[in-house]
Design a protein around this ligand. Structure first.
Ligand code: PMP
Length: 443
């Protein structure tokens, strides 16, 4: 039935039909169990979103408690208690000045909202010239049309190009693949942004960026200071900054938000994934009072933000998000990520010596390991080698789940993973990489 009726996301179904499908039945802590009862470590947090593990009593109870009240009503002209309380909590924990929450259901819709808000912000202020967006090479912001228009991963986005609005693309500071290393890459990014803003800033509504770590582009960590300098350039040129914290938010990088690492307050910030601890599909777009103020007018002025979804502000999702944030605070988990970050770094150090490990990139518990065919030349494995897919398949055989990004192996364990669990997972990860790249198994 799985093969007959389901069309899987980001999947070539012809390939999938020839695989032994993995069907998950239940989860407990950071383990997932399939229908045959086999156990797997959730090595990529079920697509980078699980925070506290699975089947967490406090989170289950928060949903059950809310379910006994109301599962859903609407935010159209009314409100519900969890949605209100969560918005207040988000205002408290996000960078200073982001005080207004607009809910949606996924990272992509959160991005879509940020883009529309930025566009309408300028229009509401009487500036109809500022219409375009700046994004970064290899950016990923979700799969809806607006989010794809500010996306820059050719494999995913090129086929849709004729139906998209055009965006400016500046280089992402990818130190490993820049001739000048990290400093050169940072300079190239800042120079490109500065030039673009000097020549076309008056036509640009906003810059959208994945702060500190570019996720789907390959878990690429920005050189330090780059985000702050980009934010300053935007401010100088009257261009809004949209921070897409969908992947990086809620402790993942060792700070509550990646923007906190450089003291940056964006004008709009998108959160999703870990917001509900990885339980339910809720996302939020946070706006500063300044952005919100541009929409605040007499109805007849036509400055209303006409956007919303049927499930906007879903009470079950907001209730579990509140419970998740409570656990994050009570258990001091963001602090915990910093200790776990060093532990994992030490454990993965030995992998650096391996012949096909090009670079290990890490910020907090967000890790990407770039595999290369020739280490000295930094020559990538060919697409046809499917090296990432084979490493992930080997990891699954060994009892750990992850999903690669091309030649980059992703390791994003749930924040709640203990050192013992991280110890086992890093061993499994190492074994999978060594087995496949050094020919002991073709999986
Ligand atoms: N932005 C970023 C930075 C992401 O990593 C993702 C998802 N990987 C999204 C947006 C899209 O989120 P969703 O899949 O919930 O639509």
């Amino acid at each position: 039935m799985n093969k007959a009726y389901l069309w899987h996301p980001f999947t070539q179904m012809r390939d999938y039909e020839n695989t032994d499908p993995l069907i998950i039945e239940r989860g407990e802590g950071i383990m997932l169990f399939d229908v045959q009862g086999r156990a797997y470590y959730d090595g990529f947090s079920s697509v980078w979103l699980n925070v506290h593990g699975h089947n967490v009593p406090e989170l289950n109870e928060a949903i059950a408690d809310q379910l006994g009240r109301v599962a859903h009503s609407t935010l159209l002209g009314m409100a519900n208690i969890p949605a209100i309380e969560l918005a207040a909590k988000l205002a408290e924990i996000t960078p200073n000045g982001l005080n207004k929450t607009f809910y949606s259901d996924s990272g992509a819709t959160g991005v879509e909202i940020a883009i529309k808000m930025a566009f309408q912000y300028w229009s509401n202020r009487g500036n109809t010239r500022k219409k375009t967006f700046v994004t970064m090479d290899q950016a990923y912001h979700g799969d809806t049309i607006g989010a794809v228009s500010v996306g820059a991963i050719p494999l995913y986005h090129e086929v849709f190009r004729p139906m998209l609005f055009p965006s400016h693309v500046i280089p992402y500071p990818y130190g490993y693949r820049h001739t000048g290393g990290a400093p050169g890459a940072k300079e190239a990014t800042l120079t490109a942004l500065r030039l673009l803003l000097e020549t076309s800033g008056d036509e640009i509504a906003a810059l959208i960026v994945e702060p500190i770590v570019q996720g789907a582009g390959g878990m690429i960590v920005m050189p330090s200071g780059c985000l702050r300098e980009m934010a300053e350039l935007c401010r100088e040129h009257d261009v809004l900054l949209i921070a897409d914290e969908v992947a990086t938010g809620f402790g993942r990088t060792g700070a509550m938000f990646a923007c906190d690492l450089e003291g940056v307050t964006p004008d709009l910030m998108v959160v999703g994934k870990g917001l509900t601890g990885g339980y339910l599909p809720v996302a939020a777009t946070l706006a500063t009072d300044e952005v919100y103020g541009a929409f605040h007018a007499d109805y007849l002025e036509r400055k209303t933000f006409f956007h919303g979804h049927s499930y906007t502000g879903n009470p079950l999702g907001c209730a579990v998000a509140l419970a998740s944030l409570k656990l994050l605070e009570e258990r001091n988990m963001v602090q915990g990520v910093i200790a776990k970050e060093s532990f994992v770094r030490r454990k993965l150090k030995a992998l650096e010596e391996r012949p096909h490990v090009g670079e290990i990139r890490q910020k907090g518990l967000m890790i990407g390991i770039e595999l290369v065919r020739d280490k000295a030349l930094r020559e990538p494995f060919a697409w046809e080698d499917r090296i990432g897919v084979r490493v992930a398949a080997r990891a699954r055989e060994l009892g750990m789940l992850t999903r690669p990004l091309g030649n980059v192996i992703v390791f994003i364990p749930p924040l709640a993973s203990t050192e013992d669990e991280l110890d086992v997972m890093t061993d499994l990860l190492t074994a999978s990489i060594v087995d496949v790249t050094e020919g002991q198994s073709s999986a």
